[in-house]
Design a protein around this ligand. Sequence first.
Ligand code: AMP
Length: 272
Amino acid sequence: MIILKSQEELHKYKESEGRIAFVPTMGNLHDGHISLITTAKKYSPNVLCSIFINPTQFSANEDFSTYPKTIDEDLKKLNASGVSAVYVPSIEDIYPTPSTLKLDIPHLTQCLCGISRPHFFGGVMTVVLKLILQISPQFLILGEKDYQQFLVVKEMVQSLSLPVEVISSPIIRNEKGLALSSRNGYFQDLTTPERINKILFDCVTKAKNSTVKSVIEQTKSQLDFLELDYLEVRSSKDLSPYKIGDNLSQFRLFFAGKIHGVRLIDNISFTL
Ligand code: AMP
């Protein structure tokens, strides 16, 4: 595995290698990230993973400065997973000057995480665009864990006609069904997040047999021990909200909430 610590090293690497399948991350890697690498290998033997904690997607009161940094362990995991290269750019490689660019795709960003984190998707689009321009990958692999992010980036790539195929990879969960997340490490133990997860799966099971609206309301009251951000059923295709009578499309239950100061998100796919 080659470690690329600057844009110059990246450029030299690109000249010598073929089609790149690219997996962007912010590090603190777990099996969810590693599963993206497994997906990437189906598209190219040349898998490049990046580790960069992107400041522009955090607002002033969020956890940018305390976001877990575990670079030595991350490099060991990446080496074991068989990636060809890891790009660990400096802040100057990505933001040589402060970014004033404002990218937006309002029909996908003005809902769910975009409401409570209005800066978030602009920051994500900026960093992913910069990484795509620097790396020139043929494939970009994103996790369904951040499903809204996947749709936003896919739409950005299409709108700008970028020559990269955006591929989604399924959510990896622990044995209790909790989605793996770097932020799970903030908890002393996972009892509460696992309890939330069970409530969400029960909601999806019940929503098949009852009206969605009332099941969502019941579930919200079950989740009253946390600071709920949203609990909504929307289309997997374009995030349009579920309406009574919509019964052909693929839906997702989207959840975000804060418990003990830690923000958790999840989504569960289902058909009605
Ligand atoms: P992050 O390091 O949190 O920015 O995540 C980097 C990538 O890993 C994103 O595409 C995430 O959607 C994906 N990812 C994070 N957790 C999981 C998971 N549990 N299962 C699948 N993909 C994940």
